[in-house]
Design a protein around this ligand. Structure first.
Ligand SMILES: [Zn+2]
Length: 95
């Protein structure tokens, strides 16, 4: 009798775990499916360091560790930064 009761308990526990597993598994697959259906919404946006405009990371130009919307912005940023650096150097040497 004790063995019979234990068997029922085991079967119940098995189904209980199965339901929990299915619940979590379905949630995970739904989330996976959703991200596959809308890849555009998941796409990361980056900001051009020079003109502050937002654009998809795949279309951005990466330079000096920053993102730019086009080569022109990257060039201007480098030009401005070089001016800043030379200004700082002049200040440092005059003191
Ligand atoms: Zn730009």
């Amino acid at each position: 009798m004790f063995v019979f009761r234990l068997l029922i308990l085991l079967v119940l526990a098995y189904f209980f775990l199965l339901i929990i597993y299915m619940f979590f598994f379905r949630k995970r697959t739904e989330r996976l499916k959703r991200s596959q259906e809308h890849p555009d919404q998941e796409q990361e946006l980056v900001r051009c360091f020079h003109c502050q405009s937002y654009l998809p990371k795949t279309e951005a130009v990466s330079s000096h560790g920053y993102y730019f919307c086009q080569e022109e912005c990257a060039r201007r940023f480098v030009m401005l930064r070089n001016q800043e650096v030379s200004k700082v150097d002049n200040n440092g040497s005059s003191r």
